[in-house]
Design a protein around this ligand. Structure first.
Ligand code: NAP
Length: 256
């Protein structure tokens, strides 16, 4: 039986495990998906050695950047974002070759593309973590000019939450929350942006999918802005993950 899995810490109830095992059962695919909760990224190599049927891994917090030195090759999107969330494992004559990909970038782009129009040219990316890097690259691919917003004293080209005045909010009509602020169970919190400057031209996108409508999105909706949660991105990155791991031509990310 073929095996696929997820590495991260902590894992809890992962979406990927439920999604892929349901897919395998529904489509009569002779495979299983296993969660590997590891405390150290180096444990990944032992798992790959001791599971000879393992053909691919998803990678989640906190290892999306830490796995990179272990890769034999990186896809174009993994190289650009500096983050890997899919590892394809190839085995020949006792040797393994690990290739790192990024399906978050594709999932995000496909999920936001149809919501964009000519009024959306500049974007604010809230947070500077692994997910934010994929979103930043995705927005650039779609022709927008993204700017990071961080809590730390801003590095060159970044803004802090205090910098967000009426002028910046007026021109940056796409705002993507790439922080965990507002995620279950902390549903009473939202990123510290001046919501009073939002209006109907704004598109607010939250990577969080639990709850389906975060306080960030609710406050945008109250101001007449359009809103999107992270569920579609999650599903689209899972489709892309499967296309990558099965070598399908439908995969968007590639390794040249
Ligand atoms: P992360 O690395 O833990 O954090 C992201 C960034 O958020 C941090 O670098 C930090 O940036 C900012 N941040 C953290 N705590 C904050 C706080 N209390 N207040 C304000 N800013 C804070 O997480 P990640 O892996 O990038 O993921 C971010 C979110 O995206 C999570 O909720 C994750 O579940 C979600 N996600 C969703 C999908 C999907 O498919 N829908 C995919 C990937 C991730 P600064 O220090 O620069 O402020």
């Amino acid at each position: 039986m073929k095996q696929y899995g997820l590495i991260g810490y902590p894992l809890g109830h992962s979406f990927s495990g439920r999604y892929f095992n349901a897919k395998f059962a529904a489509e009569n695919i002779d495979a299983e998906y296993i969660n590997f909760e590891i405390r150290n990224v180096g444990e990944m190599l032992g798992i790959i050695r001791s599971h000879p049927e393992l053909l691919g891994l998803n990678v989640t917090i906190p290892y999306k950047e830490e796995v990179i030195p272990y890769m034999d090759a990186l896809s174009e999107n993994a190289r650009r974002t500096g983050a890997v969330n899919v590892i394809r494992i190839e085995r020949f004559r006792g040797k393994t070759r690990l290739t790192g990909y990024n399906s978050d970038l594709t999932g995000f782009k496909l999920s936001i593309d149809s919501h964009l129009d000519e009024g959306h040219s500049r974007a604010l990316v809230l947070g500077t973590g692994g997910a934010a890097k994929s979103i930043f690259a995705g927005l650039e691919d779609l022709g927008l000019i993204p700017t990071y917003v961080t809590r730390s004293p801003a590095s060159e080209g970044m803004l802090t939450y205090r910098d967000l005045d009426a002028g910046i909010m007026e021109t940056h009509t796409v705002i993507v929350n790439c922080t965990p602020v507002g995620m279950y169970p902390e549903v009473g919190y939202c990123p510290d942006i001046p919501y009073q400057f939002l209006y109907h031209r704004h598109l607010l996108y939250d990577l969080i999918y639990n709850p389906g409508e975060t306080l960030f999105l609710r406050r945008g909706k109250e101001r007449g802005s359009s809103i999107i949660n992270g569920l579609e991105m999650l599903l689209l990155q899972a489709f892309e993950t499967w296309n990558i791991l099965t070598g399908s031509d439908s995969a968007h990310d590639s390794c040249r």
